[in-house]
Design a protein around this ligand. Sequence first.
Ligand SMILES: NC(=O)c1ccc[n+]([C@@H]2O[C@H](COP(=O)([O-])OP(=O)(O)OC[C@H]3O[C@@H](n4cnc5c(N)ncnc54)[C@H](OP(=O)(O)O)[C@@H]3O)[C@@H](O)[C@H]2O)c1
Length: 332
Amino acid sequence: MEFRHLGRSGLKISEISYGNWLTHGSQVEEDAAKLCVQAALDEGITTFDTADVYAGTKAEEVLGRALKGVRRESLEIFTKVYWPTGPGRNDSGLSRKHITESIHGSLRRLQTDYVDLYQAHRFDHETPLEETLKTFDDLVRQGKVLYVGVSEWTADQIAQALKIADEMGFDRIVSNQPQYSMLWRVIESEIVPLCEREGVGQIVWSPIAQGVLTGKYLPGRQPPEGSRATDASGSGMIARFMKDDVLSRVQELKPIADDLGLSMAQLAVAWVLQNPNVSSAIIGASRPEQVRDNVKAAGVKLDSDVLKRIDDVLGSIVERDPARTSSPNPRP
Ligand SMILES: NC(=O)c1ccc[n+]([C@@H]2O[C@H](COP(=O)([O-])OP(=O)(O)OC[C@H]3O[C@@H](n4cnc5c(N)ncnc54)[C@H](OP(=O)(O)O)[C@@H]3O)[C@@H](O)[C@H]2O)c1
């Protein structure tokens, strides 16, 4: 495993991290979830990403149990707040009340005294940004949270937050967690240049486009049994890639991976890690073998000829529109 700094902070994290959205507490049984976490630890992953909302809060519980007994100082545990965790009107968003209640629930479920990174899972158009940032800053002072970050915020929203933090003397955002893969490059034109200047690192999600970039989904064919595209909770988000033109182009990446002696999943994870603004690529897995396969992307260098071959194959199916980064307004 290779390690990178989380943005401009002093914290080192594994350049491949493990996330448990859609798997722990839902698609995957607890035993399999624990095996995936064990495989991640065996492969040198030290950074784990979850959220209060995953599997209706059960994902944090599973991760807490799976990491029990591991030396806390050897781990970086990331979680998030924003999406609804209950039926009440204050059970979502980034108000002082919800953030405070949510962190207490997350710490209890994760069985830890602090999280290394606490992330605003989306931008809350209904709460003054000062209120959110002051609350995050208070959690840092209380030692419940070591660093703060955001997820899927636009460049303007990140810039506003940094300006307020500088003016008010609050702890600065050190990271953003966006979707990023060969197929989804919407952060490249606005967010990455700003974040490079400001020392904010990207912790990128779905680097293999939820499984699509493994090449296992074939155009014109039913998805393989048990894959995310067949899962009741998972098939919604992956649908954007389950189109024959996308799946056909993805098949053409196979010779490029073969020439490099990489699996297609390794090529996809290595691709996001070529971007120096990426602090870590968060991989998901329903089986421990997937962790063991994908983690071999750590430290792989892709030269410019390879990057060009990938671009030539994918052509116009790559999504680059920065307007695709958005948060619900009003909040859910
Ligand atoms: N901030 C946000 O809004 C946000 C949103 C989404 C995700 N995330 C974070 O990012 C993490 C990763 O997202 P993701 O799970 O979509 O990432 P991903 O790594 O792109 O996709 C993982 C899925 O692909 C399939 N897969 C992985 N390796 C494979 C292999 N070698 N061969 C065949 N299939 C393979 C597995 O699904 P099947 O076996 O079921 O097909 C696995 O669960 C999440 O856990 C979460 O922590 C954050």
